[in-house]
Write a protein that binds this ligand. Sequence first.
Ligand SMILES: Cc1cc2nc3c(=O)[nH]c(=O)nc-3n(C[C@H](O)[C@H](O)[C@H](O)COP(=O)(O)OP(=O)(O)OC[C@H]3O[C@@H](n4cnc5c(N)ncnc54)[C@H](O)[C@@H]3O)c2cc1C
Length: 379
Amino acid sequence: MGQIEKEREMLRDAAKKLAEKVIAPEAEKIDQEAQFPQNVVGAMGAQGLLGIMLPEDYGGMEGDITSLCLVAEEIAKVSGTCSWIVVIQAMGTLPLLLEGSKEQKEKYFNGIAEKNSLAAFALTEPQYGYDARSIKTAFEDKGDTFVLNGTKFFVPHGGVADFYTVFATSDPGKGPEGISAFLVDKETPGLSFKENAEKLGMCGTPTADLIFGDCEIPKENLLGPQGKGWPIVMGVLNMIRPAIGAQAVGIAQGALDYAAQYSQDRKQFGRPVSQFQGLRFMLADMATQTEAARTLIYKAAGMIDGKAENYEMHSAMAKYFASDVAMKVTDDAVQILGGYGYIKDYPMERMMRDAKVIQIFGWSNQAQRELVAQHLVKG
Ligand SMILES: Cc1cc2nc3c(=O)[nH]c(=O)nc-3n(C[C@H](O)[C@H](O)[C@H](O)COP(=O)(O)OP(=O)(O)OC[C@H]3O[C@@H](n4cnc5c(N)ncnc54)[C@H](O)[C@@H]3O)c2cc1C
């Protein structure tokens, strides 16, 4: 095993221990009380999991997308919502990794290493989801500052994150060419938060609207060149998708393991239900689908880490395949538990609810299929 593989395995082991010892005993409570688990954030910070891909010079673990996927998968086996903490953190810090100046990296990355600062990524708006090229949140160049006005929607970690990468336009008529990226601190005057309605799943993660009302941003908080925000959006989404898919693989594996065990414990007609072929074949299909999804995820992650060209298609394939598998596998796992799968005393229904959003966020699975199709046909 080479040095990189050894370091990845160390990170995976740290995540596995944290998942089993700290997160698993609390997973049900986090879901039912819908409280953001600050203690888990602290434990993740202590293991370096809030800065997996950040450079060592800034207190990071200098990991890669494969490392991030391994960590997300391990944590998602026991809690989708806790795996989301590391994925949203990576999504919030990737823009800085890709385009941040030395000063910006120093300020924000050191904050993560020293006080477990959290990050978030704010692109979507109430009227613009998949069609994010048309966003209307506006910025105006006022000489010494930029002034932001508008609303961002569905921002996980909204209100708990310390800083946000926010995308805004100088002129909606310009489309992607008008979009710039800004780093916005939580406490900036003119920024307020409105928590979104109760969600189906991932209940421990708050999502909020970010409302900008004449919000003044210092000039130095422009991220990358003005008008070059869209390549950051696409760069981050293409890189993060395998990690989103790794969450799906983790949830599917967690559900499969639980259902397989349950089927051996539960007896009907005087024998374990695992002896009935109807369930055995379901378990076999669940395992095969999960393994296929895992293979696609780590192939896409490896392409990104290896700086392969054209990884976008594999990244999209991996995300949509894995999240569709997680939905199917968790649905089957509920079925294997019968009526017990449907009640909140057992984790199956939580896993099914958590899996659902993975088909939607990071752009919907229809958007992923469209991305793949664009690589196959021109018209
Ligand atoms: C819990 C959660 C977390 C999120 N996290 C983030 C985040 O961190 N940052 C962020 O910026 N956003 C985030 N989002 C927003 C998420 O990315 C959007 O919800 C997603 O892109 C879909 O946008 P929409 O909900 O507006 O649906 P719409 O874009 O309105 O789409 C509605 C439906 O139409 C389909 N559709 C739309 N256009 C087409 C088309 N051209 N072809 C085929 N089908 C189409 C979609 O697939 C969908 O099924 C999050 C959302 C949720 C629910």
